[in-house]
Design a protein around this ligand. Structure first.
Ligand SMILES: Cc1cc2nc3c(=O)[nH]c(=O)nc-3n(C[C@H](O)[C@H](O)[C@H](O)COP(=O)(O)OP(=O)(O)OC[C@H]3O[C@@H](n4cnc5c(N)ncnc54)[C@H](O)[C@@H]3O)c2cc1C
Length: 306
């Protein structure tokens, strides 16, 4: 119930406009967002790299409403790729197709992302296309497959699969047939029962089944979760099947389970932290609150302390 409520809040444009401009909103978001500027993102990335963790940088934003905004979003990602290279950081980028203009002009979104993937290929980097709600699932997967087929883009663009979606096993088979790198997550949106498992036990057991397929595939994938049971199951499966620890990576979100992130690295596993930054943090924060409503109390306590 609460999760659905926060997902509903995340979609409110009116609340978003008010929250993103308020100072209390900005203080609240700092729990999960690394700051508002490219410099903030670079500094957070450097801190993670120094601890032995790699990063995926996400400039927050989704559902742009005109071509100019979409072009500006893409330009900022070009800057990110240049800054990562210039500073020798161990980081790639994650983006959302609706931030690149998918709802405004599909051709423009394609041009925007294609030029980013070409840029990433030129500097030996990588572009992860985040997965949004189910109206975008098929379009996003088609998009990634098309980009991946362009000569020189192999291994430079990857997809995200959500274990709550009933279709995910089939989607994984299709992506693996083209050796496309996958980030596996549980899924952060509100989906109807005909499309998505509703019970946590079903989402989790599907996650474990899909994780096994990914680890055995011989392609480099990301296991994105903070769920300790699933992380233990992944480690156990990798050991039992002799899957080398450097042939996949764990991924977690900035500000969540920092203790576990560092422990995994100390134990010899690869860990990538997803670092979001920017001024359009409202929908992202609402989804994080929905995953763990206790965060509301945690944030309120910290605000009162200041
Ligand atoms: C790197 C990365 C990229 C992602 N990309 C996408 C994407 O493209 N599309 C998409 O739909 N979803 C994405 N997600 C979000 C994902 O789908 C889940 O909503 C989110 O990761 C919570 O699920 P969980 O696997 O951590 O398990 P859960 O069962 O939700 O949580 C397990 C435990 O993790 C901790 N935890 C989880 N969430 C929080 C939180 N918000 N605050 C504090 N503690 C928490 C708690 O200890 C909790 O008990 C991504 C997640 C990660 C880590």
């Amino acid at each position: 119930m609460l999760r659905a409520f926060f997902v509903w809040l995340s979609e409110s444009r009116a609340l978003r406009a008010v929250a993103e401009r308020s100072s209390i909103g900005q203080r609240t978001s700092s729990r999960f967002v690394a700051g508002t500027t490219v410099e903030d993102a670079m500094s957070a990335t450097r801190t993670m790299n120094d601890l032995g963790l790699t990063v995926s940088i996400d400039n927050l934003g989704e559902n742009v409403t005109n071509p100019e905004e979409a072009r500006q979003s893409a330009a900022l990602y070009h800057k990110l790729l240049d800054e990562i290279t210039a500073r020798g950081l161990k980081a790639n980028v994650s983006l959302k197709l609706t931030h690149m203009g998918l709802d405004v002009d599909e051709k423009l979104a394609h041009e925007n992302v294609c030029s980013l993937v070409a840029h990433a290929a030129g500097c030996r980097n990588f572009v992860r296309v985040d997965m949004e709600g189910s109206p975008y699932t098929q379009r996003t997967l088609d998009f990634v497959r098309e980009l991946h087929r362009v000569a020189g883009h192999e291994d430079t663009v990857g997809a995200v699969i959500q274990s709550y979606m009933r279709r995910s096993q089939r989607d994984i088979e299709e992506l693996l047939a083209e050796r496309i790198r996958i980030r596996l997550c549980k899924g952060a949106y509100k989906e109807p029962p005909e499309l998505a498992f509703q019970r946590k036990s079903e989402v989790d057991s599907n996650y474990v089944e899909l994780m096994k397929v990914l680890l055995k595939s011989g392609v480099y994938h990301g296991i994105a979760t903070h769920d300790e049971k699933i992380i233990e199951a992944t480690k156990a499966f990798a050991r039992a099947e002799k899957v080398p620890p450097n042939s996949f990576e764990f991924q977690m979100l900035h500000g969540i389970r920092r203790d576990l992130q560092q422990k995994l690295v100390r134990d010899g596993w690869r860990m990538r932290v997803y670092i979001p930054f920017g001024t359009e943090w409202y929908p992202y924060l609402m989804r994080r609150l929905g995953e763990r409503p206790a965060n509301v109390f945690f944030i309120a306590k910290n605000l009162l302390r200041r």
